[in-house]
Design a protein around this ligand. Structure first.
Ligand code: NCD
Ligand code: ZN
Ligand code: ZN
Ligand code: ZN
Length: 434
């Protein structure tokens, strides 16, 4: 019997080294690995000679906007960007308009994403004044923004933080948080004040508050976009089995604020870009037994005019779905990150944190979410993004990896710069934990 698809003679990573093999896919799953000449017949075959066959990336920190902010991004453009960027699963943040605090809004998002998706989409929910427990079966985690609460009149004091940790524990969901102890009434009047308000001290203090609450009500805590060396150090000191996990973005790892003296907001995001020392320490933290478990893009699209205005007025956030794989694999190809750490932080780590164990690993029986990558020099150009957000601080940057083919659930979604299916055909929505 022929299998659905054979990826023939590509390079797969086995125990941190490269090995030429074919990968057979059938019924949406990885059927097996074969030596040259021993492959089963495929209804379709893709020649992968010289190309890397990797698990599709899982980006657990993405803002796909849609609903009332579709001018910034919608599920169609956002998941096209993901597919073109070699990302096969994204998890959508709840700070949308309207925010995800009720089953009703979650249902609107699920309906919209189901109709428009090109990859798998999972969701997080926020915590309103009262938590809407009916969302639990369809979410992968709870997300809170202490510096910018999703509900008016809510303050992230110790009591509130404890309540959130307690809820996460009760529903067996990870509690993701944006570590920042700034408050809503701290409005910066200068660029310098912005950096002071959102300082490393503020990041560390916020993490400490959540760690303190965790002592009382044990829950899985996930620290979003760690940006400071001091934060990474504190995480390392509090490591316990799988209950404290942390994420880094490519931009906090590769760019320092000193290289962006511009007066516009193209490199404005929260947390802000830090010192060269912080970037260096974050890159070091991305290794086994270190502080970081996962790379998330924090894809946070805005319209151009919101980014080209003055730094103070500009919106925070940059697109990341189409730059993460090229940037991180360049680190691998240049020897600064090992294959093992790449696979752990971009694929299996997020799957573990999210509780979606059939994903994130290229092995027999796992979901056939796969990216085929060519080692090739090119330069990042925001104009070529499928995302509606085309301004990136990585503009012009030389990278060494390009996604060639993206496969979701065994179906070829994207191949050589073209989409092979329409919206809403492939991809599971919502991704649920098991
Ligand atoms: C994010 C956004 O725009 O939604 N912005 C950002 O600068 N990262 C919010 C967030 O992730 O904190
Ligand atoms: Zn062969
Ligand atoms: Zn954030
Ligand atoms: Zn974010």
């Amino acid at each position: 019997m022929a299998v659905d698809l054979v990826l023939k003679d590509g390079i797969v990573i086995v125990n941190d080294s490269e090995k030429v093999q074919s990968v057979a896919i059938d019924s949406g799953k990885i059927e097996g690995f074969y030596k040259h000449g021993e492959e089963p017949e495929g209804k379709r075959t893709i020649d992968c000679r010289g190309l890397y066959i990797l698990p599709g990336l899982i980006d657990m920190h993405v803002h796909l906007r849609d609903l009332n902010q579709s001018e910034k991004e919608d599920y169609e453009t956002g998941t096209m960007a993901a597919a073109a960027g070699g990302i096969t699963t994204v998890v959508d943040m709840p700070n949308s308009s309207p925010p995800v605090l009720t089953r009703e809004v979650l249902d609107q998002k699920i309906a919209s994403a189901s109709a428009k998706c090109y990859v798998n989409v999972g969701f997080y929910a926020g915590i309103g004044k009262r938590f809407d427990t009916s969302m639990v079966p369809d979410i992968l985690g709870l997300k809170v923004y202490p510096h910018s609460p999703l509900t008016e009149g809510v303050n992230y004091d110790i009591k509130r933080i404890k309540k959130c940790v307690q809820l996460a524990n009760k529903h067996d969901l990870p509690l993701l948080f944006h570590p920042d102890s700034a408050t809503m009434d701290e409005k910066p009047e200068t660029r310098e004040e912005f950096f002071l308000i959102h300082s490393c001290e503020s990041e560390v203090n916020s993490l400490q508050a959540f760690l303190d609450a965790k002592v009382e009500y044990e829950a899985r805590l996930h620290v979003c976009h760690v940006s400071c060396a001091a934060t990474a150090r504190l995480i390392l000191e509090h490591r316990a089995e799988h209950t404290l996990t942390a994420e880094v973005t490519p931009h906090h790892m590769l760019l320092s604020g000193e290289n962006f003296p511009h007066t516009d907001g193209v490199a404005k995001m929260l947390p802000p870009l830090r010192s060269p020392y912080d970037t260096q320490m974050l890159a070091q933290a991305l290794c086994k037994k270190c502080a970081i478990d996962c790379v998330g893009s924090d894809h946070a699209p805005h319209i151009s005019s919101e980014k080209t205005t003055s730094f103070l007025e500009a919106a925070s956030g940059i697109p990341g779905l189409e730059t993460t794989l090229p940037l991180v694999l360049t680190e691998v190809f240049e020897g600064r990150i090992s294959w093992i750490d790449f696979l752990r932080c971009c694929c299996s780590g997020p799957a573990m944190i999210l509780g979606i164990p059939s994903k994130g690993i290229l092995a027999e029986g796992y979901d056939a979410d796969i990216v085929v990558v060519r080692k090739q020099e090119w330069h990042i150009s925001g104009a070529d993004f499928y995302s509606k957000a085309k301004l990136t601080p990585f503009e012009g940057r030389r990278v060494l990896a390009k996604p060639v083919t993206t496969i979701v659930g065994g179906e070829v979604v994207y191949h050589e710069g073209r989409f092979m299916v329409g919206p809403g055909i492939v991809g599971r929505v919502p991704i649920r934990k098991v």
